[in-house]
Design a binder for this molecule. Structure first.
Ligand code: FEO
Ligand code: CA
Ligand code: CA
Length: 630
């Protein structure tokens, strides 16, 4: 979701003052590794020259910014819907009803709402399994009414629209794909699906509730934002804005920082589940929110599998999980916590990944060390060094005296632990993607428009703008190419901006931003097999004021080596683009179009006419069947 804010004069930051004088048409160069100001002054490359670079990786013609209610791809590409909210996932499921009268039971047999992160698991014979997050429900579109008053049945229907949809797809003669409703692998996870708690916090008293005195058996997953995929073929679904589902039934209930740091109780009153289900009522079950905000591992090939909440990875507003196997065999997971002034995390497994040892794999994500990142800027530069701070009880200030009784409390309150240990506050970390060819890691810092809310969010090298309406993508490379190393070097790959509105300085963006490719609020992020970096946006799509010329939310493709960024696709009105998966042969790209018509925008995507707008997964193919992006 995003909000529209009026155009206003933006004061320069210290960093901007450093580079602004005399640089009217020259801007910070992010993509060429020339990020020191010294290098900038001595050998600055004008932005226009960079814009003319023709990356050998990017073989498509860019598309213009759009304000149309359509999904646009480059010439010689075609996009088609695969599945939309409410489409049946099972042979006995009802078809979508555009009057939105289907009940909760029907919704639970249909594709959930707000398609988000997804993974493609290839099967044999032109078949594959798609695992897709359904992040939340558009309650103003979910019912025949406007969703302002929610009955118990309405709440149950909304819950059924959340979670994960798993379904088999088959390639058709023309290369596109279709859902196979008859597959025994098709499955829905929702807010009532039994799940197990694993790792150091399992069974902890802070996870116990009146319905579950064991602290190990949770009902459901919620706010499933983005995802990860393991080399042992499981799916990781990441619980992000879980705080929005908990409210106190008794207004006099008080809360400590252990709740409020997670924005509990939430100021989002839309869900209203607490009126109908006691576990969402904070006055009755203050521990229930401790059971959400985790990364959940799902075996997509076993419909009987009980999903596992992996507490060793910490409890935050998890965006995605960028998982890799380090050269030494240990598993590393990079994770962003998407909230203003929150942190970036890394998990390093204790054991090494052995493909021949399924028993060890079953607990690989339960034992290891969670870290949070500290970014230090070289004075006056937009790059620097960084270090990983271990979030281990008894180390780095995480003691009983400091409020952490044991390691489980460090993990349950990872935000508090990371801050206490000295991690850097960031401009809303969203997706993280690892670029295997260079060993570098990219993270979208989507925006931060209200820095003043927390006095703990300084303007610094990694987060250099006081009013960050546009966002940036930070890149780090671990020391020695070892993702378990204690330190790294970082720079800013791109600073999004508007060079048509701001003629110079950081609000114009880095030199790889031009009037032709500009965007705001980078969010989704993925690296394809050839090393292209794909960027999706979830930003201000008013196309007005400081956002003029950017149009609807979009998808871009970058060459990490040259820094060139080219717009690949534009979405319909009021949508965000989120969710990226490639078929195994890289010849179909699956793209999530989430919440078209948000904020009352007049979208009828994808059905057209007078139909209700529906979140939809689009399939994109080259007309000649070639590799996407080439
Ligand atoms: Fe679900 Fe931060 O996006
Ligand atoms: Ca996101
Ligand atoms: Ca976002």
């Amino acid at each position: 979701m995003n909000s529209t804010e009026p155009h206003r004069d933006i004061p320069p930051t210290d960093f901007e003052l450093l580079i602004a004088p005399g640089l009217s048409r020259r801007r910070f160069v992010g993509g060429l590794g020339m990020t020191t100001l010294g290098a900038f002054f001595s050998s600055a490359i004008p932005a226009r020259l960079l814009a003319q670079t023709r990356s050998p990786l990017l073989g498509f013609a860019s598309v213009p910014a759009s304000t149309a209610d359509t999904f646009v791809v480059p010439p010689s590409y075609t996009a088609r819907p695969l599945i939309s909210w409410g489409d049946p996932l099972f042979a006995d499921a009802p078809e979508f009803d555009d009057t939105a009268r289907q009940d909760a039971a029907a919704q639970l047999r249909q594709f959930g709402d707000n398609t988000d992160g997804m993974s493609f698991f290839p099967l044999e014979d032109g078949r594959a399994l798609l695992a897709v997050n359904n992040e939340y429900a558009n309650i103003d579109r979910l019912y025949p009414h406007d969703g302002s008053v929610i009955s118990a049945e309405d709440a149950r229907k909304a819950q059924a629209a959340h979670g994960v949809s798993l379904f088999e797809i088959r390639a058709t003669a023309d290369g596109f794909w279709q859902v196979d409703r008859s597959s025994p692998l098709n499955r829905r996870l929702d807010v009532q699906t039994p799940m197990a708690v694993h790792g150091p916090a399992a069974g902890h008293p802070l996870l116990q509730t009146s319905a579950d005195p064991s602290g190990r058996a949770v009902l459901g997953t919620v706010a499933n934002c983005s995802n990860g995929k393991t080399p042992w073929n499981t799916y990781l679904t990441c619980e992000e804005n879980f705080q929005d589902y908990f409210q106190p039934g008794d207004a006099s209930t008080t809360f400590s920082e252990r709740h409020t740091r997670y924005q509990i109780p939430s100021d989002d009153l839309g869900a209203q589940w607490y009126r109908h289900e006691a576990r969402f009522d904070l006055s009755k079950e203050p521990h229930e929110p401790h059971r959400f905000g985790w990364i959940v591992e799902v075996d997509p090939f076993n419909p009987q599998d009980t999903p596992k909440k992996r507490t060793a990875l910490g409890r935050i507003a998890h965006e995605n999980a960028a998982l890799l196997v380090n050269a030494d065999g240990r598993v590393v997971v990079y994770m962003g916590d998407d909230s203003r002034g929150e942190h970036i995390y890394r998990f390093v497994s204790r054991e090494r990944f052995d493909p021949q040892d399924p028993a060890a794999i079953a607990t690989l994500l339960d034992h290891g060390t969670l870290y949070a990142a500290r970014f230090s800027a070289t004075p006056g530069e937009l790059r620097g060094k960084g270090e990983w701070i271990a979030l281990e009880h008894g180390r780095n200030g995480l003691t009983t005296d400091a409020g952490f009784a044991d390691q489980a409390e460090v993990l349950i309150f990872a935000r508090l632990a990371a801050t206490a240990a000295g991690a850097t506050t960031m401009d809303r970390p969203e997706w993280i993607a690892v670029h295997p060819q260079s060993n570098s890691v990219f993270c979208t810092l989507t925006n931060n428009r209200n820095r003043g809310v927390h006095d703990t969010q300084p303007v610094d090298g990694a987060n250099p703008r006081a009013e960050n309406h546009y966002g940036q993508i930070i890149r780090w490379t671990p020391a020695g190419g070892d993702h378990t190393a204690a330190s790294f070097d970082w720079d800013l790959f791109v600073i999004a901006g508007n060079p048509a509105v701001h003629k110079s300085g950081l609000y114009a963006g880095s030199a790889n931003i031009t009037p032709e490719n500009m965007f705001n609020s980078p969010d989704g992020l993925a690296v394809d097999a050839a090393g292209r970096l794909w960027i999706q946006t979830d930003g201000d799509d008013t196309n007005e004021g400081i956002f003029a010329g950017m149009g609807n939310n979009q998808m871009l493709c970058a060459d990490p080596a040259t820094g060139e960024i080219r717009r690949f696709a534009t979405g319909p009105l009021g949508c965000e683009m989120t969710g990226i998966a490639f078929a195994a042969d890289s010849r179909t790209l699956f793209v999530g179009v989430q919440h078209p018509g948000e904020d009352g925008r007049d979208s009828h995507f994808p059905g057209g006419g007078n139909t209700r707008p529906r979140s939809t997964i689009m399939m994109v193919r080259r007309d000649d069947g070639g590799v996407i992006g080439t």
